[in-house]
Design a protein around this ligand. Structure first.
Ligand SMILES: *Cc1c(COP(=O)(O)O)cnc(C)c1O
Length: 427
């Protein structure tokens, strides 16, 4: 039996059936913006491996950081021990994050960083003797991860609520603001949210939102003004604000963090995905001094007053070292200009897709280009068509979208968008 046959019979893929798996393509190596399959086919990666590989693949600076760190130590427990890569990374994160962020909790994936953010918020109110403030408010069409706390704040229809009803924490949802492509604002966009927070603030620990861009819950954008108003309402009603920058962080929307576009400070912030430039799994939950101080305010029993989380691979030194190198590489590059250039080109080349009968909407924000179709996309068929054009994308639902590595060249991006266009005409 070939390794590929063995794999297809025994190894699960994301959101997939083991009985009736869709096609999977074996990758041999990756370099720059290219993935190379076992049969030698080379495709331009328009997905950055789910938002992560902002510098592309096989990046000399990141390889060197990994090698150097692995010659010192690959991992040590973080309980009672520490190391320079963790400190160096925390220093960089706090210097880039909104000014009020002051403490960092490292974990091993985005979903876990969301769990930690929720725990921080719950422990904060417990320590303030307000245990009734234990629920979360968010907007529909969100995505925050696949663990149970994170799932409870994903969109209740497109998420997995129906599979786990009775198990998931009962959170509160407001309608999302009307999606905008050009940041238009009118007061009606905040009405649903305002009414929810007004009615429920006494039981709310926190609001959790993806800033400006809702990713895996539907690839929709909303006006920065919405986020600014949410911040004001959280202040008015004494509710913490958790900003989930896992997909948007590190430049994807044109600013280092998307919440900068609203000029707001979160109370708690999650980062992951592009944090290590796509090399290793690492995430972090940042919080303000006020949140940190609040959690520690209650030191009557030995568990309250202590943040109760501690992943085995917390602050893994290899991951921290490669994250430091990735951030340094990003800051040394003309990333802002590159993302802007990608945005301009995506707008220019995807906008004409509105002319196809199959296309319902075209949306571009930063280095994110989205075609929303009228019907659900047949993933296997569309991927086959795209690969014939030398392009790797992974559509979901009605969405055919790209968030390419920032290092993509204009001609390569052109190949991507013309493949997307071609597919629109064929489905
Ligand atoms: C991907 C994602 C997560 C979950 O991160 P994982 O590393 O997959 O656990 C959480 N929030 C947002 C906004 C994401 O895009």
């Amino acid at each position: 039996m070939s390794w590929l046959d063995f794999e297809s019979q025994h190894v699960w893929h994301p959101y997939a059936s083991m009985l009736n798996p869709g096609p999977v393509y074996p990758v041999k190596r990756a370099e720059g913006v290219f993935l190379e399959f076992e049969d030698g086919t080379r495709v331009i990666d328009g997905m950055s491996s789910w938002w992560c590989a902002i510098h592309g693949y096989n990046v000399p600076e990141l390889n060197a950081a990994l090698l150097e760190q692995s010659s010192k130590m690959s991992h040590v427990m973080f309980g009672g021990l520490t190391h320079k890569p963790a400190a160096e990374l925390a220093k960089r994160l706090l210097s880039l994050a909104p000014a009020n962020m002051s403490h960092v909790f490292f974990s091993d994936s985005g979903s876990v960083s969301v769990e930690v953010a929720i725990k921080m918020a719950l422990q904060y109110w417990q320590a303030k003797s307000c245990p009734e403030k234990h629920r979360l408010l968010t907007i529909r069409s969100g995505y925050h991860g696949d663990t149970f706390g994170a799932m409870s704040v994903c969109d209740p229809e497109s998420g997995m609520h129906h599979l786990f009803s009775g198990v998931l924490a009962q959170q509160l949802f407001a309608d999302r603001p009307a999606a905008t492509n050009d940041d238009e604002w009118d007061e009606s966009q905040i009405a649903a949210f305002e009414s929810r927070i007004k009615t429920h603030h006494h039981e709310l620990a926190a609001v959790i939102l993806e800033p400006i861009v809702q990713g895996a819950g539907g690839m929709r954008f909303y006006a920065p003004e919405f986020l600014r108003r949410v911040r004001l309402l959280c202040d008015e009603y004494d509710v913490l604000l958790i900003i989930d920058e896992i997909a948007t962080g590190f430049g994807r929307t044109g600013t280092m963090f998307a919440c900068e576009q609203a000029g707001i400070n979160p109370d708690i912030m999650c980062v992951g995905k592009a944090l290590t430039g796509g090399y290793l799994s690492l995430a972090a939950t940042l919080c303000s001094a006020a949140v940190c101080g609040g959690i520690h305010a209650d030191s009557n029993d030995e568990q309250s007053g202590v943040l109760m989380h501690g992943p085995t691979f917390m602050a893994n030194p290899l991951a921290c070292a490669v994250a430091v190198a990735s951030i340094d590489l990003l800051l040394a590059s003309a990333w802002q200009q590159r993302v802007l250039d990608i945005e301009v080109q995506l707008k220019e080349e995807l906008e004409p897709c509105r002319g196809f009968d199959s296309v319902a909407d075209v949306r571009v924000k930063g280095a994110i280009g989205v075609l929303e179709m009228k019907e659900s996309v047949d993933v296997a068929n569309v991927q086959r068509l795209l690969i014939e054009q030398g392009v790797w994308l992974r559509p979901f639902g009605k969405l055919l979208y790209t968030m390419p590595p920032f290092v993509i060249r204009p001609a390569q991006l052109g190949t991507l968008t013309s493949a997307m266009k071609q597919v629109c005409g064929q489905i």
